[in-house]
Design a protein around this ligand. Structure first.
Ligand code: NAP
Length: 244
């Protein structure tokens, strides 16, 4: 797993949330909002140094945030992080699968190489499968969990066109994975949904996007804090169900 940076939660009775790809962008803001709601947040990133400096910035805002290294495309890194969370915290209540890549955005589908599809699927689909395999079984054992898979309107089959083929198809696959996972844990207290954050000003979304990271994070945090009778196996934007 390489180095792992860690600060013990200050209050182990707190609910614990883990966010992937949280050193910047929407993941960082989701971490901020969940910590502000009283969670201990494990802020993870593939570069442990960047994750730790992002966590330090949130701690300076008096938020309870620790950092851990996790590259979602590296199963050893994922399982190493899960081991550390299990040993040091012993529980995970919320999992936000936020990390993703946008590769070959402007290419047409037949110009997109298999390697570009593969690299996209490694992070956006197989990475999430790997993270869920590492963390969800313990949630099921505890009888409580909220899993939010950060998807995109680009992954909606009902309106899919030619935009960013590898990315869009990976998000459609992520949505299908969400349906399968939600159905397989139905009735265990674990709710699994996917969320489209809208077009947000981040490195991925660009400076011209209409939404702030706070707006982009809102429905993700909503999905992470659903009540026991909340929905599962759905696709949401602005806290409302949207078409697949
Ligand atoms: P971003 O600014 O590009 O941030 C992406 C994050 O994912 C970074 O922290 C990046 O880490 C991390 N990441 C990439 N590959 C990783 C890996 N293998 N392991 C761990 N972390 C990895 O993107 P964003 O706009 O915040 O996007 C967050 C989520 O929202 C994504 O799922 C994206 O598809 C979705 N989304 C965004 C928009 C938008 O307009 N921004 C719209 C729809 C959906 P590094 O810093 O190390 O690269």
């Amino acid at each position: 797993m390489g180095e792992n940076l860690w600060m013990k939660p200050t209050d182990t009775r707190k609910s614990v949330a883990l966010v992937t790809g949280a050193n910047r962008g929407i993941g960082l803001e989701v971490s901020r909002q969940l910590a502000a709601k009283g969670f201990h947040v494990v802020l993870t990133g593939r570069d442990g140094g960047l994750a730790e400096s992002a966590a330090r910035r949130l701690r300076e805002e008096q938020l309870d945030v620790s950092a851990a290294t996790m590259d979602v495309t590296d199963e050893e890194s994922v399982h190493g992080c899960a081991r550390i969370v299990h040993e040091r915290v012993g529980r995970l209540d919320v999992l936000v699968n936020n990390a993703a890549v946008l590769i070959a955005e402007d290419k047409a589908v037949l110009d997109t190489t298999v390697d570009e599809f593969r690299r996209t699927f490694e992070a956006n689909v197989f990475g999430i499968v790997s993270v869920c395999r590492a963390f969800v079984p313990a949630m099921v054992s505890h009888g409580y969990g909220r899993v939010v898979n950060v998807s995109s309107a680009a992954g909606q089959l009902s309106s899919m066109g030619t935009y960013a083929p590898a990315y869009s198809i990976s998000k459609a696959a992520l949505n299908a994975f969400t349906v399968q996972l939600a159905a397989s844990v139905n009735g265990t207290g674990v709710l699994v949904n996917c969320v489209s954050p809208g077009w947000v000003r981040t490195r991925m979304g660009g400076a011209g996007a209409p939404r702030s990271v706070a707006q982009g994070a809102d429905t993700i945090v909503w999905g992470a804090t659903l009540p026991a009778n909340g929905p599962t196996g759905g696709f949401f934007s602005d806290r409302r169900r949207i078409d697949w």
